[in-house]
Design a protein around this ligand. Structure first.
Ligand SMILES: Cc1ncc(COP(=O)(O)O)c(C=O)c1O
Length: 347
């Protein structure tokens, strides 16, 4: 049986040619391709600059270091997100403070976030979950330094403005399943060029005058060439995601099932198509039988790892959501196949 995976990168001859050109150039490590990739992303987001790194996690780690967040400082993050955020906070020995999410958007709930802020709060990391921008304007208004996490949201917009241009820093991931991919990879973008310079310095350990702790978080030329090829196609990649989301919406509407919400001031890129249902286990099992990889959109909420309670909306989202495969290389036939078990379980 031909499986429909939950994610699949869209790699075409452009990426293959770009990779071959780098191999033939002999410049495999960080070089011109990386600089070009950084410029292209900064220009797309509309910020002063960007620094490419080896992963989204590295981007988060260097962002926290650049903001001089250290032992005892508190950093707020939502509970409904992958552990990369928690890990980055732990790398700098800061204290993760979890906030609950908004029921409709699955993004960090501004009211709950506000409640969690103390004198020790040094930053909030705001992931735009599943490709839908968080309520970033109201979060910025709280006056806490914001790190936007655009790992799932490259190309999305809030009030017509690209996400990634609101925070003091913003991070991106180019992991194999992301909106654009380089296998592994990440980026930090910002308007503050001094902060970016600090990050650039920490990314690489060689040929430095002092003995400060530094990292090897560099992106390779090969990865950057892939990233550039992918970035050029971003409108097409997002266009296909939206077209598939449109087909899913139409189907759910026909069966009077609830669709993912997108407030009118935001532009969703449908990195994930997350539906809410009381029949999660049945749907996951039906998918397994039919060779379709439905998934829980978040493997485990962070408050479970930390043994905490008090996150009712995160808990509900964990128990009641399923993510349907959605990526540009899905054919229309595959889209229909994906909906078969949904029809039989949810109608
Ligand atoms: C919201 C978010 N932030 C950060 C990351 C970490 O990115 P990476 O896997 O490139 O380290 C991910 C990856 O899944 C993510 O979804």
């Amino acid at each position: 049986m031909q499986m429909i995976p939950h994610s699949r990168p869209t790699i075409d001859y452009e990426e293959v040619n770009a990779a071959v050109a780098v191999l033939q150039s002999g410049q495999l490590a960080q070089g011109e391709q990386v600089l070009q990739f950084e410029k292209a992303l900064a220009s797309l987001i509309g910020v002063g600059g960007a620094v490419a790194v080896s992963s989204g996690t590295a981007a988060l780690h260097l962002s926290l270091l650049a903001l001089e967040i250290s032992e005892g400082d508190e950093v707020v993050i939502p509970s409904f997100v992958c552990p990369a955020l928690l890990n980055a906070i732990r790398y700098v020995r800061a204290v993760p403070v979890l906030a609950d999410i908004n029921r409709e958007t699955f993004n960090i709930a501004v009211r709950d976030l506000k409640r969690r802020v103390t004198r020790k709060t040094k930053a909030v990391i705001v992931p735009h979950m599943f490709g839908l921008p968080a309520d970033i304007r109201n979060i910025i208004a709280l006056g806490i330094p914001v790190i936007e996490d655009c790992a799932q949201a490259l190309g999305s917009r809030y009030e017509g403005v690209p996400t990634g241009s609101f925070g003091v820093l913003s991070v991106f991931s180019f992991y194999a399943t992301k909106v654009i991919c380089t296998g592994e990879g990440g980026m930090i973008a910002a308007n503050d060029l001094q902060l970016l310079e600090k990050i650039r310095d920490l990314r690489d350990y060689d040929e430095k005058d002092d003995g400060r702790l530094r990292y090897n978080y560099k992106l390779t030329g090969l990865q950057a060439a892939l990233g550039l090829a992918q970035l050029r196609k971003l409108p097409v990649l997002i266009g296909r995601r939206r077209a598939i989301a449109g087909q899913y919406d139409k189907f759910l509407r026909e069966y009077h099932l609830s669709m993912p919400v997108c407030p009118p001031d935001r532009e969703h890129i449908y990195y994930r198509y997350v539906i809410r249902t009381k029949h999660v286990a049945e749907l996951l099992a039906a998918g397994r039988d039919a060779g379709i990889a439905y998934r829980r959109p978040v493997f485990k909420p962070l408050h479970h790892y930390l043994g905490m309670t008090g996150y009712p909306q995160t808990e509900a989202a964990f128990l009641e959501t399923v993510s349907l495969p959605i990526y540009p290389s899905l054919s229309d036939t595959e889209v229909k196949t994906i909906l078969h078990p949904v029809r039989s379980i949810l109608k």
